[in-house]
Design a binder for this molecule. Structure first.
Ligand SMILES: NC(=O)c1ccc[n+]([C@@H]2O[C@H](COP(=O)([O-])OP(=O)(O)OC[C@H]3O[C@@H](n4cnc5c(N)ncnc54)[C@H](OP(=O)(O)O)[C@@H]3O)[C@@H](O)[C@H]2O)c1
Length: 314
């Protein structure tokens, strides 16, 4: 089968097309004919080996954790899928191998794709959608009426987080550049802070929950605008943030929690239901063909996508 892979760490130019054997599913896995995948920052961070927390990938490495497509074959212990089903799934971040014509994924990391989305587009949902859902609901304990601040609101995770926070009845303040202000308002944000104009955070009422997707400011900037028992949820566990999180309980009721996204079928089902109910939609910033994966990585690395970067597999 055709796949995109790299054999050395480095820039997007390391990504090349290759003919590789089609993978075989184990007893708990599904073999999927891939319709779409999407680029997440972790894909190029792994390729660059940036960050001490990332374990190296094995070479040659086929990147990609997000998968949508049709089931071709099921392992002997699979119970929820049969050949022909439309699914979306989050494969392992290190071994995902979604950037190929076929991929295998664990049954417990897959769900039926939303019926109201083109199959390829369902690949925009898994990793970023699960991160937004698990961060707000499980770590943030989001509740109706809360004031929520989302830093990085226009990006892959952020644009889902705005919609999920609104679904939970929160009042949402989105932080993004001015050129994306209308975009995040269209997703439901009540207030927009343009970080290119205003360096300090503003507050009408203290924030109960801060979702921090872009580490730019020290945590004390958030604490200055937060409720006394407010929670910061961050997707980026930097050394200084982890240290602050450990020491904070001795001096404050505020809490800092870190997301490690988990591939859970029940949460994918939740995303599917929100989509089908019209409460959640992936916005595709740009679509690339599989052969253009290097360009898709380079675009993601610029860090200014509005919504998701989709890769379609014909
Ligand atoms: N720990 C985990 O489990 C986990 C899971 C998923 C993601 N992550 C991490 O979370 C981060 C966000 O992921 P993502 O997929 O949302 O990334 P992304 O799609 O690349 O985010 C791009 C967005 O960042 C915004 N941005 C850039 N600088 C900003 C700033 N100073 N203030 C506010 N917004 C800014 C851009 O908006 P403008 O163009 O308007 O500037 C753009 O819309 C990544 O570092 C990723 O690796 C971690």
């Amino acid at each position: 089968m055709r796949a995109m892979q790299y054999r050395h760490f480095g820039g997007p130019d390391q990504i090349m097309a290759a003919e590789v054997p089609t993978p075989r599913p184990t007893a708990t896995q599904l073999l999927v004919k891939v319709a779409g995948t999407s680029v997440n920052p972790v894909d190029w961070k792994l390729r660059r080996t940036q960050g001490l927390l990332y374990r190296p990938v094995p070479f040659p490495s086929i990147p990609g954790a997000d998968i949508s497509g049709k089931v071709v074959e099921v392992g002997g212990q699979v119970t929820r899928f049969k050949p022909g089903d439309r699914l979306f799934a989050m494969a392992s971040v290190r071994f995902g191998a979604a950037c190929a014509e076929y991929a295998v994924v664990e049954e417990q990391a897959a769900a039926q794709a939303p019926a109201n989305l083109p199959l390829a587009e369902a690949a925009a949902l898994p990793l970023a959608g699960l991160t937004a859902l698990q961060s707000l609901r499980d770590l943030g304990g989001i509740a109706a009426g809360q004031h929520v601040l989302i830093g990085g609101a226009a990006g892959g995770v952020g644009h889902f987080a705005v919609q999920i926070a609104k679904h939970h009845g929160a009042h949402v303040t989105a932080v993004c550049s001015g050129k994306h202000a209308e975009f995040v308002r269209g997703l439901g944000a009540d207030v927009v802070i343009d970080y290119t104009l205003r360096k300090e955070l503003t507050v009408e009422r203290p924030y109960d929950l801060v979702l921090d997707l872009i580490v730019r400011a020290p945590l004390r900037d958030f604490f200055a605008v937060m409720a006394p028992a407010g929670v910061v949820v961050s997707t980026l566990p930097t050394f200084s943030r982890v240290s602050t999180a450990l020491l904070l309980p001795f001096v404050s009721r505020r809490r800092v929690r870190f997301t490690m996204v988990k591939a859970r079928a029940a949460d994918l089902d939740q995303l599917r239901m929100l989509c089908e109910a019209g409460k959640l939609r992936p916005v595709i910033d740009r679509t690339f063909a599989l052969a253009e994966l290097a360009a898709a990585h380079a675009y993601s690395q610029q860090g200014h996508a509005a919504g998701k970067i989709l890769v379609t597999v014909k």
